[in-house]
Each structure stands twice: as structure tokens, then as C-alpha cells.
Design a protein around this ligand. Structure first.
Ligand code: ADP
Ligand code: MG
Length: 614
């Protein structure tokens, strides 16, 4: 019996090359079979040829159809089927039937460990079966009760190494129909098909890997190119969307103030409105567990997981079925969790987890960087605010120094006013002389005007400097500083000489800040001349820039002092702040200008300020 001969043979294909005499004695009937086929024009070579053709096909459906077509060319049968093993379902999945030249796509699932079905038995055991009469085989399971009865069935496994990946099956309405050669041919075909399918799968896998890898590289690029936290979070969701098929995704970040997690971004816009900013305790939910354990989690059925936190579902009215949560780890610290829920058409697998972990590692770094950057920006802002305050306080200090001389300046006209008023009153008591009273009142009025002027100048200087730049007349600015410090100069016996270059144009500058610089230079010059001296202020138009020189005849500076002049808090004075020149330096730099110094001990000092005209 042919069937018995081959049911005993283990393995994919009968080994006809190494053991020909034993397995295939060239019996008359075998020879006859081969000759018969030749006469029938059966294309045995088609099967050999097919192997080559299939290696270039990467589409599973085409491979299967080719295999069945090739089988039809080489073997006579009434019905053929093609099925593949579905490991996850532990079943044999039928894909194609070929009946009287008609292909039919089917979707039939048969348990691998069931007692019926010869195909299932072959898939399970990996051994070919040639059954001469299925009516005598209890395993036989008709594919269609309505179809003409089958008597012979030949079924061969498709194997990749020791693993059965599917089954090729042919049936006939004649008893004892399939020969040794049929089995050999079908097995050869099955072997080739298995290789082709494996190739196609590897190819698809490679393609998928390439796609995912390039998506991951792209994600890393996009994420690392951003320093804005919100953009990074949004981009994380965009990248998740390209890598995984899930209904919703969100990123929760650890909030150290409340020691819990906060929804920082949510993909689904409806859920986002509800969840954004929501806090989740570290003791609640899968995300809390992931955060605490720094370990990813795949939950196939969320509703049955004891860690699942149902309150979020209650809030969003979304039912979480499957869930994948991955920790965001930056510099060994868990900084949050990425969560995706409800995989489209199934549950998340380890491959999804690996993809999300890869993405999460880029996202974590990007989030950490964005936060650091934000902190830096905040610190710079605080620093800038502090600096503005410092500049202002230095200005107040300079003004404070002038208080004594300014009050003195106010005191003089006040005394004069008082005198005038007393005289005017006396005139009122004596026979009235209106012209005299008028003169006294005129003087008083002038003096009041003087006081008002002083007060205005002080107030001008006192108010916090604005940030605006405007066309500024440098000479006017210098004059207002000299007016402010006039009494101080006078009391210190410092004589001021002005050498104004009339060609100097207005320049765009911040006059408040320039006044501060000029006042500091004047006060420093006064300090440098304890016994009085000369301060010459000269302006020069020099091509595209203007120069303002402050030359004193004071004590001068040693090279050591000159080297440290612009350092903050460097002072040689008992009550100096050491901030005047460092602040001036900053202000002039902001104006794209320069401060230069030339000094000689015992001779005097010249500070030169260079400002661009445009
Ligand atoms: P402060 O006036 O509070 O000391 P500044 O930054 O204005 O701070 O000046 C720093 C130091 O530079 C002064 O303490 C002084 O030693 C030196 N200095 C500045 N201007 C002159 C000058 N015209 N002549 C001599 N020394 C000067
Ligand atoms: Mg100073």
C-alpha cells in the first residue's frame, strides 16, 4: 500500500537521492507513472521552476496561488487546499481552496489539537499523510459536506527547519489515487513554498523594521531638535501615532511638588479637555506602578487588572481594554510615563513595547532638556530682573550722593525767596510802593522756577529707566548731568570745561541709561580730585562714531587698578559700591559702543566713550 509506505516516513520529503534503492525501487508502476505523466503533458519541471520564481515574490497571497497552480500542473486532483499554522490561535488557518480550476479565498480556522482533520494531524506531527481511502480514516473531515465525496487525500507539511508553518493538501474522488511520485512532487512543492513564504515574511519583517527604524530615527531627530516642552510633548504623541496603532495616548509627568503624576498631554482631543492637568497618585493605576517600578507594562485586559485605575475611564467615558505603559527615564530618574490604550484590532505585544520604549527614551531626554532649558530661561529672566534692579540701585546710590548738594542747591533760592517775601511784607506795612513789591515777587518767582527745575531734573533721573531708545542729543544729555551734579562739582572745587563738537548728530540711544553712565564718570572724576581740579568733557565726531572724553587732573590709576576697573564690586573707595563702571560697561556694550581708559598715576585719567552714529 502506497499510503502505508509514506505515512511511515518521517520528515518533509522522501529522500530519494540518498536512499533511492530502498525507498524507491524502480518498480514498473513507478516508471509507468512517470511515463504516463509525460504523455499527459504534466509539467513536472514546473515545480522545479517554481522554486526560482517564488524567491522573487514577496507577497504571501501570490506565493500561495502559484503553489496551488503548480500543484495543479503536476498532480491530478479534484480539490486542493492551502493552510497556514496560526501559532497564537493554536490553529490551522485555511486560506485557499482550489476546486475544478476555481480558486476560492477562505477564512477557516481549525483547532490544531482536534481529533478530526487530516491536515491538522499533518500540521501537528509534521509528517506527510497519504490516505488511500478516507472513509476508513476517522480523522477525515470533509471541507464541504455538499461537495462530491472525497476518497483519497494527500497532505504534506510545509516546514522551516523543524517548525511546521502550514499544510498543502490535495484530494480526489477516486480511491487510492495519489502515488509515490505525487507525494514526492507535492512535498517538493511544499518545501519550496515554505522557503518562499519564509522569505516573504523575512522581507516584510525587514521592511517593517526599516520603516520602524527610520520612524524612530526621525522621532529622535524631531524630539531632540526641540527645546520647548509643549512641542516636545505634542511631538511625542505624533511619533507614537506613526509607530503604534492605538486609540489614545498620553504622557504623564512626575510632579515633585505634589509627589504624583500629572497628565501633561493627551492625544484624544475630547479626553484631553478632561484629563489635561489631572493628577494621578503614584499608588493608583498602572501608570503609578510603572513610575514606581521603572518598568514597562502590557495589560491585555485592563478591566481585570488589579492595578487598573477605573476613575480615569469614568471621567473620559472611554473603556480601556488593552494598555501599554512605559516609563520615561532620563539620567536614571523616572520623570514620567507614556501610556497608550486600546490597540486597534488586538492587544499590545512585546514588539509594541520595545518600540514605545525606544521612543520613550528619546522623549525622556528631550523632555528633560526642554525643562532644563526652561529653567535656564527662567533663571536668565530672574537674573535680568535682578540686574535691572542693581542698575537702578546704583543709580539711586549716585543720586543719594548728590542729595546733600542738591538740598543745598534748593536751600539757596529758598532763602532768597524768604528774604524777598519778608521785604515785600515790610513794604505792605509802609506807604505802598507797588514797583518794589513787584520786583521782590519777580525775584521770588525766578527762584521758585529754579527750584522747580532742580526737582524736575532729580525726578527725571530718579524714575526707573525705560527700555526705549530714541534720537538723543548727547550735549543735552551731558548738560542735564552737569546741572544735576553742578553743586557737587562746585563744592569739590572741580572746574568743568566743555568742548562740544557742533557736528555731532543725534544718535539713537537710551538717554536715561547714558545719563547714568555720564554721572558715574563725573562723580568718579570728583572722587579722583579730592583737592579740586579740572574736568574736561570733549565730544568729537569721528567718522561713523562719536567720542565723548572725560579727562580729569586727578590721582590717576596704577595698571593693576586699570586691569580690574570694570569688575563688579571692584572699588578702592571706603564707601564705594564698585558697580558704577561695570554697569556703565554693560550699558555702553548694549549700545554697541566701547569704554576706553587712559590713566597715569599722579597725572589724571581719561575715560572715552565711543558710540556708533547709526
Ligand atoms: P566706585 O566709584 O563705587 O568705586 P566704579 O566702578 O565707578 O566704582 O569705579 C571703580 C574704581 O575705579 C574706583 O574705586 C576707582 O578706584 C577707580 N576709578 C574710577 N574712575 C577713576 C578716575 N577717574 N580716576 C581714578 N580712579 C578711578
Ligand atoms: Mg563710581
Amino acid at each position: 500500500m502506497k499510503a502505508e509506505l509514506f505515512t511511515d516516513a518521517a520528515g518533509n520529503a522522501p529522500n530519494i537521492t540518498s536512499n533511492t534503492s530502498e525507498m524507491f525501487p524502480l518498480r514498473d508502476d513507478v516508471l509507468f507513472d512517470i511515463l504516463q505523466r509525460k504523455r499527459q503533458g504534466k509539467n513536472i519541471e514546473a515545480i522545479c521552476q517554481m522554486g526560482w520564481n517564488l524567491t522573487l515574490v514577496y507577497d504571501e497571497t501570490t506565493i500561495i496561488r502559484h503553489a496551488l497552480e503548480a500543484a495543479a500542473q503536476a498532480i491530478e486532483f479534484d480539490f486542493a487546499s492551502f493552510s497556514l499554522v496560526d501559532t497564537a490561535a493554536n490553529a490551522l488557518r485555511y486560506h485557499y481552496f482550489l476546486e475544478q480550476g476555481v480558486f476560492q479565498t477562505v477564512e477557516l480556522l481549525l483547532a490544531l489539537d482536534g481529533p478530526r482533520s487530516i491536515s491538522a494531524a499533518v500540521a501537528r506531527d509534521g509528517v506527510a499523510l497519504n490516505v488511500p481511502d478516507v472513509t476508513c480514516d476517522s480523522r477525515y473531515l470533509p471541507h464541504d459536506e455538499a461537495a462530491p465525496p472525497t476518497y483519497s487525500e494527500l497532505c504534506v507539511p510545509m516546514k522551516i527547519q523543524a517548525t511546521v508553518i502550514g499544510v498543502l493538501n490535495v484530494e480526489s474522488g477516486t480511491r487510492n489515487h495519489f502515488t509515490v511520485i505525487d507525494q514526492f512532487l507535492l512535498q517538493a512543492l511544499a518545501n519550496q513554498t515554505a522557503v518562499a513564504l519564509q522569505n516573504a515574511r523575512l522581507y516584510a519583517q525587514t521592511q517593517r523594521n526599516t520603516r520602524e527604524l527610520s520612524a524612530l530615527i526621525n522621532a529622535t531627530h524631531v524630539l531632540s531638535a526641540n527645546l520647548d516642552l509643549n512641542t516636545v510633548l505634542q511631538q511625542t504623541l505624533v511619533q507614537i501615532n506613526t509607530l503604534l496603532e492605538a486609540e489614545d495616548a498620553s504622557v504623564l509627568l512626575y510632579d515633585s511638588a505634589s509627589d504624583d503624576l500629572v497628565f501633561a498631554v493627551v492625544a484624544d482631543s475630547c479626553a484631553s479637555g478632561i484629563l489635561f492637568g489631572q493628577h494621578v497618585s503614584l499608588d493608583a493605576g498602572v501608570v503609578g506602578w510603572v513610575m514606581r517600578n521603572k518598568t514597562s507594562v502590557i495589560v491585555e485586559n485592563a478591566q481585570e487588572d488589579p492595578r487598573f485605575y477605573s476613575e480615569i475611564d469614568a471621567l473620559t467615558e472611554v473603556i480601556t481594554r488593552s494598555l501599554l505603559a512605559v516609563p520615561l527615564i532620563a539620567k536614571d530618574r523616572a520623570i514620567g510615563v507614556v501610556e497608550v490604550i486600546n490597540k486597534v484590532g488586538g492587544t499590545f505585544d512585546t514588539h509594541d513595547r520595545e518600540l514605545l520604549e525606544a521612543l520613550a527614551s528619546s522623549a525622556a531626554i528631550a523632555i528633560d532638556n526642554a525643562r532644563l532649558y526652561q529653567e535656564l530661561i527662567d533663571q536668565i529672566q530672574v537674573l535680568q530682573a535682578t540686574q535691572v534692579k542693581l542698575v537702578h540701585s546704583e543709580k539711586m546710590g549716585a543720586l543719594g550722593r548728590l542729595t546733600a548738594s542738591i538740598s543745598h542747591e534748593i536751600n539757596n533760592p529758598l532763602q532768597s525767596i524768604q528774604g524777598c517775601l519778608t521785604l515785600a511784607k515790610e513794604e505792605l506795612e509802609s506807604p505802598i510802593r507797588p514797583e518794589k513789591i513787584e520786583r521782590y515777587l519777580d525775584i521770588a518767582e525766578d527762584e521758585i522756577e529754579r527750584i522747580a527745575n532742580i526737582v524736575r531734573r532729580v525726578r527725571e533721573f530718579y524714575r526707573p529707566s525705560g527700555q526705549e531708545r530714541a534720537p538723543t542729543d548727547i550735549h543735552q544729555t551731558l548738560e542735564s548731568v552737569l546741572e544735576l551734579s553742578g553743586k557737587e562739582l562746585q563744592h569739590s572745587y572741580v572746574n568743568v570745561e566743555r568742548i562740544w563738537d557742533p557736528a555731532i548728530p543725534q544718535i539713537v540711544a537710551n538717554p536715561d541709561y547714558l545719563k547714568q553712565v555720564f554721572l558715574n564718570l563725573v562723580l568718579n572724576a570728583i572722587d579722583a580730585m579730592p583737592n579740586g581740579g579740572n574736568l574736561t568733557i570733549r565730544t568729537v565726531l569721528d567718522h561713523e562714531s562719536i567720542r565723548i572724553e572725560f579727562t580729569d587732573t586727578g590721582i590717576g590709576m596704577s595698571p593693576e587698578i586699570q586691569a580690574r576697573l570694570f569688575e563688579p564690586f571692584f572699588t578702592t573707595k571706603a564707601h564705594g559700591s564698585g558697580l558704577g563702571l561695570s554697569i556703565s560697561y554693560g550699558i555702553i556694550q548694549e549700545h554697541n559702543g566701547q569704554i576706553l581708559v587712559q590713566s597715569e598715576v599722579g597725572q589724571g585719567t581719561t575715560f572715552t566713550i565711543v558710540l556708533p552714529v547709526t
